[in-house]
Design a protein around this ligand. Structure first.
Ligand code: GDP
Ligand code: MG
Length: 177
């Protein structure tokens, strides 16, 4: 007879940001290890998980990938803000509007009692399209500093870098979650 396996700890992360910034692709990349062949607009909340091992302990990382649509948000919002361990704010580096939306997302979090006491990180996605970037690293870094968050710039599509497969200095998705 052996000891029962220890209960797997659950680590709940919510992924927030405007529609189209790549939340679904990022969570898919992390959990399935690849860019999805096709994505459909998230309705309500998409939920993915992956078990990782840290110091010999298995931890179930749950990613709650939320939809931007107001009518779904209203009913779901209470639910997915519950028992959150970390918040990931995502913008699209090629879409300045998605960056300008961040204060509203941060405020929504704050209203649900997720302020600085919960780890929050900022992620600029689609860095494989750097040539089309509208949000510079400097501006993003300043914003991240103001809100006491670390900044990562990444690509769900080409995690090692550019469109043509060459390397750029973006962060790997695995390093973020
Ligand atoms: P969501 O609405 O935030 O969940 O965004 P999706 O994950 O559905 O992605 C929206 C669109 O952006 C899709 O057409 C994706 O193929 C595309 N996309 C997502 N991530 C990346 C990325 O890192 N690079 C590029 N070039 N396109 C991406
Ligand atoms: Mg989505």
């Amino acid at each position: 007879s052996s000891l029962p396996p220890p209960r797997t700890r659950i680590f709940k992360i919510i992924v927030i940001g405007d529609s189209g910034v790549g939340k679904t692709c990022l969570t898919y990349r992390f959990c399935a290890g690849k860019f999805p062949d096709k994505t459909e607009a998230t309705i309500g909340v998409d939920f993915r998980e992956k078990v990782i091992e840290i110091d010999g302990e298995k931890i179930k990382v749950q990613l709650w990938d939320t939809a931007g649509q107001e009518r779904f948000r209203k009913s779901m919002v209470q639910h997915y803000y519950r028992n959150v361990h970390a918040v990931v704010f995502v913008y699209d580096v090629t879409n300045a509007a998605s960056f300008r939306s961040l204060p509203a997302w941060i405020e929504e979090c704050r209203q649900h009692a997720l302020g600085q006491e919960v780890p929050r990180i900022l992620v600029g996605n689609k860095c494989d399209l750097r040539h089309a970037a509208q949000v510079s690293t400097d501006v993003a870094q300043q914003f991240a500093d103001t809100h006491s968050m670390p900044l990562f710039e990444t690509s769900a599509k080409n995690p090692y870098g550019n469109e043509d497969g060459t390397q750029n200095n973006s962060d790997h998705v695995e390093a973020i979650f």
